[in-house]
Design a protein around this ligand. Structure first.
Ligand code: SF4
Length: 338
């Protein structure tokens, strides 16, 4: 179950430089706003605002999440100021957990001490790639080793660890991407987010794109890669909690090029279900009269946009004589034949 998230945006705060693909003001829907640095007062105001919103499901707990910058890149006093503002809500049981997003090179014993002191339990790291050349070409400013060390250190200290990964970074290739993904899976973070790279207006990548030195992924390629990554993480039992940036009008208006789709994650899940179904049906194609069973909650993903997956399976002759069942009891993302 997903907790009720109280988002606190610290766009680019704590970042030592701007990564080539990044524009947090656009990504978080704050474009055009001159954002004041978060303070204890704005943190409290945001928490009160969200806690007082009616009708939100809170059975899975309430989580305050500091997004959009490098939390542990803030000065120690500023980190303490912001976390101290959350503390009373934790003590009163109104907030259950705190999550921060940050860079791998800004994790060390000293930062961990601060996070522990204020009950931060989840740290999300922008890993993006574990390939040296890709990190350089993306102006990340840290090494792959620092990412691996940060994940291990956080795990040792008992944090829930999330890893953000990107596909389509400058200098990346399918081989390098899959090497990264296998290494990350081996490090066993608790969850991952997968973001296909978009060329955003005003980003360093836009310049490269316009010069012709960066070629973005097509949507089909982005979905295919997303599907490979998701399948691999599923096999390792690592939750993929998000695929593709949160869609918004703001974001859509700032995308210059790249695999943008407001339902990117659904396209990936749809492709994964199509591939699973095709594999299962290949084995049973000779056995007419069988039932292909899909979780009822996956029906629209199974069918795909405009029924495209069903049409493809039908065109392959794989649905001839096969009865389709959408079962309310069946686990999601499974395909059964009987
Ligand atoms: S990707 Fe992360 S570290 Fe890089 S500029 Fe954006 S928020 Fe800062």
């Amino acid at each position: 179950m997903t907790p009720f998230i109280i988002p606190i945006f610290i766009s680019h705060q704590g970042c030592p430089q701007r990564c080539i693909f990044c524009d947090q003001h656009t990504i978080t829907g704050h474009a055009g706003l001159e954002e004041e640095p978060a303070t204890s007062a704005t943190v409290k105001e945001t928490i009160e605002h969200w806690l007082n919103r009616p009708g939100k499901e809170r059975n899975a707990g309430v989580q305050v999440a500091f997004y959009g910058g490098s939390f542990t890149g803030l000065s120690g006093p500023r980190q303490r100021e912001l976390l101290r503002a959350v503390k009373p809500y934790i003590e009163e049981g109104l907030v259950d957990s705190i999550r921060v997003s940050t860079r791998p090179d800004y994790i060390d014993e000293a930062t961990i001490t601060v996070l522990k002191e204020y009950s931060v339990s989840i740290v999300e790291l922008g890993i993006q790639s574990l390939d040296h050349d890709v990190l350089e070409a993306s102006s990340r400013g840290h090494s792959a080793q620092q990412s691996e060390d940060a994940i291990r250190l956080l795990q040792e200290k008992g944090f829930t660890v999330g890893a953000q990964l990107m596909c389509g970074l400058p200098g990346d290739s399918t081989r390098k991407l899959m090497q990264t993904v296998k290494k990350v899976a081996g490090l066993a973070p608790d969850f991952v987010r997968i973001y296909p790279v978009l060329v955003l207006k005003g980003s360093g990548l836009e310049k490269k794109y316009r010069e012709g030195t960066y070629k973005p992924l097509s949507l089909a390629r982005g979905v295919a890669l997303g599907c490979r990554l998701k399948t691999l993480f599923d096999q390792h039992g690592i939750k993929v909690v998000r695929m593709g940036l949160q869609p918004s009008e703001e974001l859509a208006s700032k995308v210059v090029a790249g695999p943008y789709h407001p339902s990117f994650g659904e396209l990936v899940i749809s492709r994964a279900l199509f591939k699973k179904s095709r594999k299962v049906l290949r084995k049973t194609i000779a056995a007419r009269g069988k039932c292909l069973s899909i979780a009822a909650a996956d029906e629209s993903a199974f069918r795909g946009p405009n029924n495209v997956s069903m049409k493809r399976l039908a065109a392959l002759g794989m649905l001839n004589g096969v009865e389709l069942i959408f079962d309310k009891e069946q686990a999601r993302n499974t395909v059964l034949v009987y």
